[in-house]
Ligand binder design. Structure first.
Ligand code: GRG
Length: 319
């Protein structure tokens, strides 16, 4: 990641300025919560993706690309604020969630503020097509969350249904980040399609890695608690694998259907003592390869190298 950050250092400095400046409001609580969540950091993967796509597509002048990258991070931030309320999460980015500090109502409402501020920002691109992409993308994210809610406690969830959810809730915003960059850079349809394809596959790989790390990660590195998904009855790829292949599938089924009684350590051990990790990592790697292949139309450049690197980074967290 350091190499990518060095390459687009000037862009990132601009981005961080826009992220802070555009959060302005006369309302103190809005400033407090947005400062709280922004100063928590975050990997900035989506805006970095947007900046790299803009640069590889030849964006060269003005601040619109930074504005759009910040806008994408705002949408992401709003979804996190809402998600932590829905999931009753206590830890995010290595510190207490905003809902834990400021309460659910304040968190949801400031999430709304940030979400609608993002729409004010995207209007500045003066592109109906860009607006449509963001309207569709945010609508799909919400749809994905409702799907995920309906899937809670479902031990019969198929891989196909799981992939549907992750595409909606994560990959679609990655895709939009690339498309928005393509539009402001004036890229041709072939370039835009290649970048969008790269981004969807990157998003899928990223979410699968996230779902593996929910069981296998280090909570201090991740900045959130291990085993949250199981405690919420959320069925992700590692559990789908166990349900199909473990001799203790009945215990996994019971844990999913009774999340309050679920023994996280027991399930983690089942995952560790099975091929679940290899299986899920391989699927994530397949998405990475698809992402990389989507970039074949671009001549070699430092931006292309950075995008290839970003694809690897999305699963590197698993090693
Ligand atoms: C406000 C549009 C809108 C929708 C609300 C709650 C909700 C509907 C959507 C939540 C979607 C969600 C949280 C998807 C998970 C995406 C994900 C992998 C989050 C973690 O992303 P990282 O690791 O986080 O990039 P950092 O902290 O690095 O920014």
């Amino acid at each position: 990641m350091d190499k990518i950050q060095q390459l687009i250092q000037a862009d990132l400095t601009e981005l961080n300025q826009v992220i802070r400046q555009d959060m302005n409001s006369d309302v103190l609580l809005i400033r407090q919560i947005s400062e709280y969540i922004i100063s928590g950091g975050g990997k900035r993967i989506r805006p970095i993706l947007c900046l790299l796509c803009g640069r590889i597509a030849g964006f060269s002048d003005g601040n619109l690309l930074h504005k759009m990258a910040a806008m994408i991070e705002y949408i992401h931030t709003a979804t996190l604020l809402h998600d932590d309320v829905v999931d009753e999460s206590a830890l995010r980015r290595g510190r207490k969630t905003a809902n834990a500090v400021f309460g659910n109502a304040a968190s949801v409402l400031v999430g709304d503020f940030i979400y609608t501020r993002a729409f004010q920002m995207m209007v500045e691109a003066n592109s109906l097509r860009l607006l449509k992409i963001m309207a569709d993308s945010t609508n799909q994210i919400s749809e994905g969350e409702v799907l995920q809610l309906l899937n809670i406690g479902r031990s019969d969830l198929t891989e196909r249904e799981y992939f549907e959810v992750i595409k909606h809730k994560t990959a679609t915003l990655f895709e939009a980040s690339a498309q928005v960059a393509a539009i402001v850079a004036g890229a041709n349809p072939k370039t835009e399609a290649a970048m969008a394809n790269y981004a969807i596959n990157l998003g899928n790989a990223f979410q699968i890695a996230d779902d593996i790390l929910d069981y296998m990660g280090d909570s201090t590195v991740m900045g959130k608690n291990v085993g949250d998904d199981l405690q919420e009855g959320k069925v992700t790829l590692p559990l789908i694998y166990l349900l199909k292949h473990s001799e203790h599938a009945n215990k996994v089924k019971y844990a999913i259907e009774n999340p309050d009684l679920a023994d996280t350590d027991y399930i983690i051990n089942l995952i560790k003592n099975s091929q679940a990790l290899d299986y899920c990592s391989q699927i994530a790697k397949d998405f990475v390869v698809k992402a990389e292949n989507s970039l074949s139309i671009f001549p070699n450049s430092s931006y292309k190298a950075a995008m290839l690197n970003l694809a690897q980074i999305s699963i590197k967290r698993l090693n």
